[in-house]
Structures are given as C-alpha cells and as structure tokens.
Design a protein around this ligand. Sequence first.
Ligand code: ATP
Ligand code: MG
Length: 478
Amino acid sequence: MAVNAYRSDNSCSLEGVVPSAASLRVLRALESAGLEAWYVGGWVRDAIMGVPSHDVDMCCSGSWEESERALLSADIDVVRSGIKFGGITAVVEGERIEVTTYRLDGFYTDGRHPDEVVRAGTISEDLARRDFTVNAMAWHPERGVLDLFDGRGDIQARVIRAVGEPAVRFREDALRMLRAVRFACRLDFAIEPATCAALAECAPLLDAVANERVGIEMCGILATRHGGDAMLRYPELICAAIPELAAARDFDQCSPYHAFSVYEHIARALTVAGELSRFRIDGGDPDSEASLSLMWAACLHDVGKPACFTQDAGGRGHFYGHPEEGAKMARSIMRRLGLSDMLVRDACTLIRYHDMPVEPERTSLLHAMQLFDRAGCDVARLMGELFDLKRADTLGKAPSCFYYVEEIERMREMVRELVANGDAYSVKMLAIGGRDLIDAGVRPGPRLGELLERALQAVMDGRVRNEAQPLLAYLGLA
Ligand code: ATP
Ligand code: MG
C-alpha cells in the first residue's frame, strides 16, 4: 500500500512527502505517553528521494510494553509481531506501522537470536547500528531530519555506504551484503568503493546466514530486474549466495556462437530478461512486478553447462544435456533457498526446455505447450516466458545468433493465436472424454487413456478435427 501523499504546502512533510494520517496518529499516541518517537529507515530514505514508500518504520524510546500501553490507550490496535526484538506493530485503518525500541544490538539475521534486547538510550545509538547511511536517518515532523552519517549526501551521490567500518558491519551480520546489493539494484545506486571491497572480502561469511534469508534477498535482487548487473558487479557475493554458479565464472565456451564465458552469458541473458519484463513485448503491463520464475530461470538457465562440457576433435565446445542437468541443479538450489514449490516448478520447467528445438509451426508449438501442461504450469503465461528466456538467451550469445530473435517472435505470436483459438494440447481439451468412449463400447480401464492420447496426438498433428464425430471415427469407434 502506498502510504505517502505529495503536498507542497504542508509544514508536516519531508521534502513535500506527507506521512500518512495513520502513522501520525501512532507518533502522537507514543508522544502523549511521554515517549520519544521518530520515523526511521526506508520511509525517510524514500521521502528524501521523492519516491513512494510502502511502509513506515518507527523507532521509540519506550520499551515495547510502554509503547503498547501508549497505543492501546489511544485506541490503536497492536500486534506483538517481534517482541523478542523489542518490536510491535500498530494497526490503524489497515495500515501497519512497525514500532521498535531504540536498540544497541544487531539485527541477528544469521540466526544468533539474543535472549534479550539490548536497549539503547538514544536515537543516535540506534541509528549507528543500522546498515547503510541512506537507511540510517530519522525524521520527526517538528524536529526534522536527524542525519548523523550523511545519508542525504550519499543519496545525492547515489551510493550505498555502510555505517561505520564495512567489514566489521558485514562480520556482525553477513546478510547486510546482500541487502547492499539489493538496495543498489533497486535504487540504481553504486556501492561505495570501501563497502564494495568489503563485499568481496567478506562474501564467504554468507555461509553463516540461514538459506531462507539468502533466498529472500536473492528474490529481492532479481525482482529489481537488475540481477544481471549484480552478477557482473558483485560476482564473489552472488557466487557465495549460489555456489553452483562459481564454476561458470571464466568458463570458456569454446564456441563461435558464444562471445562470453558461461557466467557472463548468464548475466547478460538475465539483464535482457529484466528488460523484457519491463518492456513487455507480449503486450503485458510494464508496471506489473517482474516475473520471478523468468528471473530465476534466466539466472540459472545455464548453471548445468560446466558439468556437461565436452570438446569435439576440432576443439569446439558442446554442452549436451545441460538443460536437464541445469533444471536438476536449479531445483536443488531453489529448494535449498526455501523458494515456493510453484516458483521452483515454473523456473525449472523453463530451464528444462529453454534449449528445446521448437519451430514456428503449429504441431511443434503444440507439443511444447503439452510439455508445459504436463509439468503443471500455466501454459499461456509460461510459453510467453519461454520466449522471453529464449530471446534473452539469444541476445547473450554472439551477434551471429541474433537473427533467431525474429523466429522467436513469430512463435510467440503463433502461440498467442493457438491459445486464443483453444487449440488442444491436453486430453482435457478434446471434444470427447472417457464417457464418450465408454458409450461407444470401450471397456473402462487404461485403454481409455491410451485412446484419448492417440486422439490428442492426431489433433495436434492436424490429422483430425477436434470434434466428437471425426474423433470417434478416427479411433474406429463410430
Ligand atoms: P524496504 O523499502 O525494502 O522495506 P527498508 O529500508 O525499510 O527498505 P527494512 O528491511 O524494512 O528496509 O528495514 C528497516 C530498517 O531497518 C532499514 O532501513 C535499516 O535501517 C534497518 N535494518 C534492517 N535490516 C538490517 C540489518 N540486517 N542490519 C542493520 N540494519 C538493518
Ligand atoms: Mg521497510
């Protein structure tokens, strides 16, 4: 939910961004109880950047119990969302506002949960333990912006800079490294040189972070559509997050079709996939979120290549079986990172079939659609993503391959028509079902399925119309 409104004539605003009425009510309720409270983190950063923010984080001098009491006495609902860490959530008219006690200790995203929160005496101490300068500012309607680490300067310079000594901060919490990349990708900022050097140096520390947290941050990075940049700019970190990609680095493909190493090819394909999910060749809404199945598929589509590499007598490289091997590896990577079954299924199906020979021809396309249907995917959506992936894959090769893009687009158009016409690629789409076969004298049993499958193949091959009479006649039942 966008909680910012823009108004230039209001004194209660930060750079013209007016905080939501709900968040102001929370702030005033805390203050009425004699507590000190500030807006912190992403909301302040986004307001200063002039972009809409999706949620408000607030920081308060009181213990969570004191904050809860203050809010309840102002008739504000409270959820005890993170009391172990001094955090509660105020709920006002459906808007959720996180209220956290000033703290001295870290965020413990690597699983080292403290028994007790170490409270800070002041907002300044609380800000000092935050991750990046742009995230370490506080704002109050009357007191204004509290910016102890020149977050504003870094916003202007468009850089992500660790608060304090970067390596020390990454040793405290290695997840911050992926957060740095996620924010850099999302905001289109560079990572300041010392912070960037510490990323490469401390990348192995990511091992200590729970796999699910790595998965969430990787999804966050891919969702920015700039995952390809992240791969190229921060390879040590990305390979620490997904160690299976390390073998692709500097892997020479020994092929005239490939101008880049396996890793760089993947990164370039991922960049194009990100662009496609914005420009939407398929006519979709460019403002909708990037498809994670496409992003993950692009990121891992050739992860199986190094394991499948062979060279022929002429020294030319081949990667027979890499889509199958890649899909297998991607499944294990994505499961380890705690990604949803549906996302794993869709991405791995795309990887499995990304190199399958398809032609701009009805039967060939229907067979591809059948494979996607059998994998349990939404055929129309996933076929669109297959063409995005194929296009991205092609444009990450050598220019001599680029001609294939036209054929891909012809196939995309043909599939759109096949879907619109309701052409059958599954027995469920046939004009006859098991019942019709039984009525025509077939005994119930596995033979029903075999006959329907035969009928489907004939329809897909264009040998018979998808209508009851011709189908029964084709099967010798009419
Ligand atoms: P988003 O728009 O993605 O929500 P955000 O900056 O609000 O961005 P959150 O993950 O919601 O990010 O965290 C809120 C704030 O808490 C951050 O701005 C930062 O100040 C602090 N923070 C969060 N995680 C960490 C961490 N691992 N280490 C240090 N500070 C952190
Ligand atoms: Mg936030």
